[in-house]
Design a protein around this ligand. Structure first.
Ligand code: PLP
Length: 409
């Protein structure tokens, strides 16, 4: 066995990767990025904006840096940011959150998710997510040794929707956390009030905590409204709400996130978070506090959502013209495209195979939705022909991708 192989086997991470099927996953993400680099393909795989957020927010970070915000920030986050989170939740959703005891600033939504699952679940517990799901969920559930259960989102003429029977069946007496995500990556679904009420009722019935990843809360289209679970009757007392500056303000590299929830739950999460990063992003925290409260920035975010809706339309039309069947997303950065026609034509087994062939066939890179499902699950089978493309790129980049995709037909 090679040295590399030997140490990889010894590493605990190897066990983790096996448990979450991460070997395949990380290989595909890395492979697609490398493929895009090597072939000069247009990369619609990775979901980050190719234009930065507002200049005023960037300047606020520069100012904070110059003014000396360069040492450890308080572990909870600076008071101005915790207050900005509370006022944002009040202004947008009518939620009353105490910035002193119920808000925690984190290293992106990713750390908020990890710290929450670490604080609330362990071996013997089940953590229920939608499927497909954001890939960090499966990893952190495996890290704590909990069991990952899922409820599928199904493609319908009305977008991806929760299946009530499957959702009910996914709950058990051991369900400790329901880890939701709306607006949803990768499907672009914005869960409706009725769907969320059903989840809420089942969570109450099974005495589970609902953790909601709402990082795309402001990026919805066609008048779709984001409903935070914490606003549903009786849910604030059992819900942890997570969001982040990355997607809302187009600064994905800053990694400033936050969570809020009932004080005793936030206490438990704080204990874990303390020993993950303790604190991070000192000069970015005042800038994000500014972004969350400034009216000019609020207008910028609304314009971003409108421009994303336009870019979604552009990419959806291009994909349809190129022989894909798209499920129109009502939020996020992503569209899922059913590539069945191309799989048949080129005798390819699944979206992963198409993604490997796509740079050669059309000079474009996407991500197979199989990267967001559990091998062998019902959702994995249903998602087999699907590819995720991002439209959070400048219009000329999308036009170029569409022109290239036209070569498929
Ligand atoms: C991007 C993303 C995250 C990660 O957010 P960070 O603030 O960058 O850590 C979490 N959840 C979903 C669904 C995402 O798409």
């Amino acid at each position: 066995m090679s040295e590399h192989g030997r140490w990889r086997d010894v590493a605990r991470a190897a066990g983790l990767l096996d448990r979450v099927g991460g070997t395949l996953r990380s290989t595909i993400f890395a492979e697609m990025t490398a493929l895009a680099g090597r072939t000069g393909a247009v990369n619609l795989g990775q979901g980050f904006p190719d234009v930065d957020g507002p200049e005023s927010v960037r300047e606020a970070a520069v100012e904070a840096l110059r003014a000396g915000a360069n040492q450890y920030a308080p572990g909870d986050g600076i008071p101005a940011l915790r207050e900005a989170v509370a006022s944002h939740q009040r202004r947008h959703y009518g939620l009353e959150v105490d910035p002193g005891s119920q808000v925690l600033v984190t290293t992106g939504a990713t750390e908020a998710i990890a710290a929450t699952v670490l604080a609330l679940a362990g071996p013997g517990d089940e953590v229920l997510t939608l499927e497909p799901y954001y890939d960090s969920y499966a990893a952190v559930i495996a890290m704590v040794g909990a069991t990952h259960t899922t409820a599928p989102l199904r493609a319908t003429p009305d977008g991806f929707r929760l299946d009530e029977d499957a959702l009910r069946a996914a709950f058990s007496a051991r369900t400790r956390i329901v880890l939701l995500n709306t607006p949803h990556n990768p499907t672009g679904a914005v869960l409706e009030r009725a769907e969320l009420e059903l989840v809420a009722a089942l969570a109450r019935e099974h005495d589970a905590v609902v953790v909601t990843d709402e990082v795309y809360e402001h990026l919805t289209f066609d008048g779709a409204t984001h409903v935070p679970v914490a606003t549903l009757p009786g849910m604030a007392e059992r819900t942890v709400t997570i969001s982040s500056a990355g997607k809302t303000f187009s600064f994905t590299g800053w990694k400033v996130g936050w969570l809020h929830g009932p004080a005793p739950i936030v206490d438990a999460i704080r204990t874990v978070k303390q020993f993950l990063t303790y604190t991070s992003g000192a000069p970015f925290q005042p800038a994000v506090a500014f972004a969350l409260t400034d009216e000019g920035v609020r207008a910028w975010v609304a314009e971003l959502a409108e421009s994303l809706a336009t870019r979604r339309d552009l990419l959806c039309e291009g994909l349809e013209a190129a022989g894909f069947a798209v499920v129109r997303p009502r939020g996020t950065y992503f569209v899922l495209a059913d590539a069945s026609a191309h799989l048949e034509r080129h005798s390819l087994p699944d979206g992963a195979a198409l993604c490997r062939a796509l740079p050669g066939l059309a000079g474009v890179v996407g991500v197979p939705v199989g990267a967001f499902t559990r091998p062998g699950s019902a959702a994995d089978e249903a998602m087999r022909p699907y590819v995720r493309f991002t439209f959070v790129k400048r219009e000329p980049v999308l036009h170029e991708a569409i022109a290239r995709l036209a070569a498929l037909v």
